[in-house]
Design a protein around this ligand. Structure first.
Ligand code: ADP
Length: 489
């Protein structure tokens, strides 16, 4: 049953806009307030008034009686008490003995009911009040617009010893005329409240629903694949937060989309060439007898290797540029890291490698990616170096930075090409042996990684003499060492 009710409520809520929801809420609130006002001010006013008056007359009577019971008042004090109370409370008061013959009467209005009482009446009232336990309340409701009356009688024995009868009398002003005035007031109030609620509901609904509608429109546009859409980030906190979250989501989606586009473009453009070669040579070897030579097989192997490098480079670069892989920074010994890389190259018997370094330098960077930078630069140096087949790697420290240079004695790069070599797929000389194998992505990867690290990089090159590719990273303290300037222990 509860489940049913919830699902019905959800269905209804799903169909009502925020604007109407808020409006309905306000309307209901106003209705309740107005109904309460009408009920309390109009329907219950008379009974409120009557019960207040009854309480008041009873409390006054009891206060007077308890004073007279407890303190022995003389005649003059009694008269003073009665006159004062009658004046303050606008009540007619009579105090008499049990026979009714002796009485002090204090009237609040000239036509008081107390005037009509004879001593016989008083004596009778005394007896009647006694018989019902000492207090008696009579309230008359005329229901005809005539003034109503209220009489409260009490019997008691004063401290001096005398039995006494206290009669309090008060007229009740009819409330009809007051109610009529209130009714008119309430009508105005009701209309003003409804208008106010209407205005306020529309204003608040607009403030909430307008930005949500805008965000919704932007989200629909985003869903069609337009990732550079701007989301509304104004309005109440939750709404602006929603806008920011969606903006972030749009940014992330666009990165992934960029990665996808790049990959498709690269795959279709660059992978076709080696694949065509592999397919072509394989077909030739299958169809033409005598072409099944080791040279041809080597070409297929070379092309396959090239394909592998290409695919790896593409993936790396696309991911780097799309910013989908975060840097995994840590403090490490850069000198040690380069030294390790160089020992691997030492196995290449044809080449000579020289590594010189100042004292060990520590950096806060992604070790794997910085290694890739070194690998790419050294690979290029190997591929483009001259007859002496020598590659130098130098690490130089300054106070704040560490600079790594990869130097070769190759053919160098023409000054006007220096800017372009960092672009993806750029190759200075497309007929160069290595350039045919290279992907043209190596330096783009270097550039992307160093950009991500906020590092500086560049190249000095002279045609015919060689090139020096360099990069710089910020140095950090060796982990666990004393910060500079502090005395050692
Ligand atoms: P590739 O895979 O072709 O080497 P890179 O992005 O690494 O791609 O380099 C881009 C181009 O820059 C190369 O094709 C080459 O012409 C030039 N280049 C890079 N390094 C050197 C170097 N050490 N000496 C001469 N030319 C270089």
């Amino acid at each position: 049953m509860k489940h049913n009710w919830n699902s019905i409520r959800d269905k209804i809520q799903g169909k009502i806009s925020i604007r109407w929801g808020i409006f309905a809420g306000f309307a209901l609130f106003t209705l309740v307030i107005v109904i309460l006002l009408w009920v309390f001010q109009i329907a219950l006013l008379e009974s409120f008034y009557r019960s207040t008056k009854i309480n008041e007359i009873q409390a006054t009577g009891q206060a007077m009686v308890s004073r007279m019971e407890e303190q022995q008042l003389d005649l003059q004090q009694m008269e003073e008490l009665i006159t004062q109370t009658a004046g303050e409370k606008q009540i007619s008061i009579s105090l008499s003995d049990s026979s009714g013959r002796w009485a002090i009467v204090q009237k609040s209005s000239p036509t008081s009911f107390l005037d009509k009482l004879t001593w016989v009446d008083r004596a009778q009232i005394y007896l009647e009040t006694q018989s019902v336990g000492g207090t008696y309340l009579y309230s008359q409701d005329n229901h005809n617009g005539q003034p109503d009356n209220m009489i409260y009688t009490m019997t008691f024995t004063e401290k001096g010893g005398g039995d006494r009868l206290l009669i309090l009398y008060s007229g009740l002003t009819p409330v009809e005329s007051t109610v009529d005035t209130l009714k008119i007031q309430l009508w105005y109030l009701t209309i003003v409240m409804i208008l106010l609620a209407l205005g306020l509901a529309l204003f608040i609904a607009r403030k909430i629903s307008f930005p949500i509608r805008q965000i919704n429109e932007s989200a629909k546009t985003l869903a069609t694949g337009e990732y550079d859409i701007q989301f509304q980030e104004k309005g109440f906190r939750e709404i602006s937060e929603l806008g920011r979250t969606l903006q972030y989501a749009a940014g992330e989606l666009s990165k992934v989309e960029q990665l996808r586009r790049d990959l498709i473009a690269n795959v279709s453009h660059d992978l076709r060439t080696p694949l065509t070669m592999i397919a072509g040579y394989s077909e030739v070897m299958r169809d033409i007898p005598g072409e099944n030579t080791p040279e041809n097989v080597q070409i297929i192997i070379d092309e396959t290797n090239r394909l592998t490098t290409l695919v790896n480079d593409m993936l790396d670069l696309s991911k780097l540029q799309a910013g989908v892989i975060p840097l995994e920074k840590s403090v490490f010994n850069l000198t040690e890291s380069i030294r390790e890389i160089m020992t691997r190259y030492d196995k290449m018997a044809d080449f000579h490698f020289y590594f010189s370094a100042d004292e060990d330098a520590y950096v806060n960077a992604d070790e794997l990616k910085i290694s890739q930078v070194v690998y790419n630069l050294v690979n290029n140096a190997i591929n483009y170096t001259g007859e002496d087949k020598t590659v130098w790697v130098c690490q130089k420290n300054s106070e704040k930075t560490v600079r790594v240079e990869v130097i070769d004695s190759g053919e160098g790069i023409e000054p006007d090409k220096l800017k372009d070599i960092w672009e993806r797929y750029y190759k200075v000389d497309k007929s160069h042996k290595r350039a045919q194998i290279g992907s043209g992505l190596g330096l783009s990867i270097v550039k992307s990684i160093l950009d991500l690290h906020g590092g500086l990089y560049g190249v000095q090159s002279e045609v015919g003499k060689g090139s020096a590719f360099w990069f710089e990273l910020e140095r950090v303290e060796k982990p666990g060492s004393q910060p500079k300037g502090l005395p050692g222990t």
